[in-house]
Design a protein around this ligand. Structure first.
Ligand code: FE2
Length: 209
């Protein structure tokens, strides 16, 4: 008998946002009227996003409070000891997308303080109409450089499965390492899709002092 097992894992955490209803209401009351008034600030992709110029930024303090409990639970689950002094920096933005919106493959690596994790909260998401985030194996370029064939039909198992689409629903938060490439496929639906994304930098309190 030959056993096969993965050697290492790429972690992904998924859970319900504890303040989902409050955050959704805040977005509907505060951001949606601005979007209705001004239209997309990234017209080429039919997107209204505070990641790009022309849409108001989110208040980092307010959103840190919204997600404080969830981030605490996540850090606990990820093995960040409560008995050590961790410093956490968060950076939030929103994406309101309509038909034709998409996001190319990217990761969230960046400095000067390294971004440890990236997160997405599906604030307004209809799983019968909207598509979730697509993830790409971080080893893809290495594996493709070693592939024994370019013919899919003959490709052995160890050289397959470079992409994964997560099953998510409204209210879910996903958190994953910042180095994992991901994208959003072109939206077919005319129905508004809203996400709040954030970067999490977490490091020893003394590391940058
Ligand atoms: Fe992203």
């Amino acid at each position: 008998m030959i056993y096969k097992t993965p050697l290492f894992e790429v972690p992904l955490y998924k859970f319900k946002a504890s303040k989902h209803a409050e955050i959704k209401q805040w977005m509907l009351d505060t951001v949606c009227p601005e979007f209705e008034k001004n239209g997309p600030n990234e017209p080429s992709r039919n997107l209204y996003s505070s990641y790009f110029p022309g849409a108001p930024k989110l208040d980092n303090g307010l959103f840190s409070n919204f997600y404080a409990k969830d981030i605490g639970s996540f850090l606990d689950k990820a093995g960040f000891s409560k008995f050590h002094q961790w410093q956490t920096k968060l950076n939030f933005w929103y994406n309101l997308s309509l038909e034709g919106s998409y996001q190319e493959v990217h990761d969230h690596l960046g400095g000067p303080i390294p971004i440890s994790y990236a997160a997405v909260h599906y604030v307004m998401f209809d799983k019968t109409e909207h598509v979730s985030t697509v993830f790409y194996n971080p080893l893809e370029s290495i594996l493709k450089s070693l592939q024994p064939t370019t013919t899919d039909q003959f490709r052995p198992n160890d050289f397959r499965g470079f992409q994964k689409v997560l099953d998510v629903e409204e209210g879910d938060i996903i958190i994953f390492p910042s180095y994992v490439p991901h994208s959003v496929m072109t939206q077919i639906s005319k129905k508004l899709r809203i996400t709040v994304s954030f970067n999490i930098s977490v490091y020893e309190k003394s590391a940058y002092e």
